[in-house]
Write a new protein. Sequence first.
Lengths: 281, 251, 252
Amino acid sequence: MKEIEPSTNEREFVLAALKDGARIDGRNSYDFRTLRLSFGSDYGAVEVQLGNTRVLAKVSCEVIRPFTDKPTEGFLVFNTEMSPMASSTFEVGRQTDEEVLVSRLIEKAMKRSRALDTEGLCIVAGEKVWSIRVDIHFLDHDGNLVDAACIAAITALMHFRRPDVTVVGEDVTIHTLEQRNPVPLSIHHIPICVTFAFFHHGEHMIVDPTYLEEQIKQGDMTITLNVHKEVCALSKAGGLPMKMDQILQSTKIAVVKVTEITAQIQAALEADAKKRQTSRK
Amino acid sequence: MASINPSEDQDQQSTEPRIVLPGDELPPTETGLVEDAATLAPTIKLGPGLQPMDDDTIAAVKAGVLKHASVGNRWWIESNQRRYVSVAGENVIGVVLGKTVEHYKLDIGTAQPALLGVLAFEGATKRNKPNHNVGDLLYCRISLANKDMEAELECFNPTTGKADGYGELKSGFVIKTSLGLARRLLDPKSLILRLLGKHIPFETAIGMNGKVWINSGSTKHTILICNAIRNSEYLNERECSTMVKSLVDKL
Amino acid sequence: MSRPDRSRTSAHQLRPFFSSQNLLNRADGSAQFDFGGSSVMCSVVGPAEVRIRDEKLDRATIEVVARPLVGIPSIKEKAREQNIRETLEPLILSGLHPRTGIQIVVQTMKDDGCILSTAFNATIMALMDAGIPLKSILGSVTCMVDEKTNQIWLDPTTEELAQAKSAHVFVFDNKSSITSASAGAQGKDADVDMDQDTVGAAILFSDSTGLFTEEQYFECAQICFKAAQAIHGFIRTAIAKKLEKEYQQTHA
């Protein structure tokens, strides 16, 4: 289905409000929407709600044979196919430009930044390695799918437990969850994406744009950072030309956001772990 | 056809709302369509949500509250949904999508765009007619609605020929609500609009298609009103006033 | 007598089930339905614009998209799409909205068996939420015959399905008059009373896999029918609760 452009009134109102330092949902320019994380009953499933944007991430694993040139390296695979559930503008089997961009960004942020220790996924060099798969399901699209998807993906990876294995000579035993406690993945760092949208030729900048704001924006930029203030990825795919110091300023804002979000993820994971422990007793 | 106007269903008030689901039949004893009363030939008017079925029964096709008005033996179901289906005579807010020689094409939230004749404005003539651009918001009346065709719109009151508030909505902001909420806002006794009106002067246009246009003196006020209306949908009276109060206090 | 799922005491007991409607803001209607550890989210868009090549002049085009929790859609999802579409097409009064499209998306959120039944129940809730005109509602339940004991287990988990000799999915409609309809069923741990008689059971969909006898099939149908009554009752209660919330201002 075709996307319907916002009316002139909406466009002008959003821009006028930004000049007054206000946003249509009552937020300030550098506020994220309320972030909610909820975990499923099994390991590695998390639903993220960022305002009205809703994303489900599910991590699964299987044992496969590694590439011959990288015999000790496991796999990390992402599936970010967009479903028409999120928005009827997404069609089954046909990728939109937006979809390709979002998928690329998530891969860059998570895979290229080496957030997951893929060497640690090796069982028998050259023979058997774990392949970790992250399925990201977009359920509701109210803007900023990238940030929501990244939070969902990294939280699901941190929540996930793979079955324990024992290797005796050539024999590999994979223990079921009942036999032995499953093991968490080794995560090097937590990359978090922060997306900015620009208006009025770069004069106004906001974080975490909604769908309407995304339709009106003149340009955008996504910065991926971790709490150690390391930039993992920076993506500014064309659009408005920007001044150097503006990029520096946005990085500073992003650092604050990343610290907040990381703390929230860790708190949510701890709360879930505690809940699991008490329910087991 | 039955209109959904709360003031009309006076004979409803004493009873509990009757919830019906798709497939629930309307018993003939209640509708007066009893077979041996054929000599009386009673008539029944079915409104939204009720359909005659293949086996000569009348059944609900939507989940909602069954409503009845004894005047004219009218029955209908009051339900809520988001997608608009055009009904002749209803007022809607549309966005101009395009223009041809004869028509403007407007998005009013239905499956197909609606058509508004370029001359369907107060006093418009071939030489002198308003010009609207893509993206303009128009408040119009549905003059013709048919399931097989695009809806037709007009921007004047057909009884007086005057604009009577129809036409372009300038500046302001528009939000999308559920159709049920839009209907409730149209009630002159609407709680949330009354509460907001106590604190902030504003103007509004409400479309039956769930589009609500708000304009006030400042952007901050308009934002507040929009959010208050959106939040009010599932709140009771007390919660509504607390919500409005807390929003106003923050200003 | 006991079954592998130790949270349940009886073979003919459903897992706790619940649902919520109107969860998504972009779709016209949405619902999530859970059977214990299984959960399906369903979104409905329509009557909306339809691609010209899919347009039907006398009725709405119904499209179903099923999406798996893990991996890319496979034959299993294609079959699920077809099952849901063909069961719902006769229920939806598509003649009221010609030249439009109704798109239904079912997304598995958690998988612990009986996904097809969960999807059916989520879909009907989402269709009602979207206000799509329907001839009736439906309720779906799955049961299986245990390989060793030949016992019939209602609403089996993945673990239980692994030892199934046969598995049966049923969908029943509800045909009752407004006056007789009483919402008495409870959503939690509804234990199905076996002493009621089965009248007017209209099977909308039945899918069986594995080896089974005629008697076993009919026994399964009976058990599922009774469980489906509980689902119907639950749906009615859920809708009533939602409407109550919407009406609290008009009553005040």
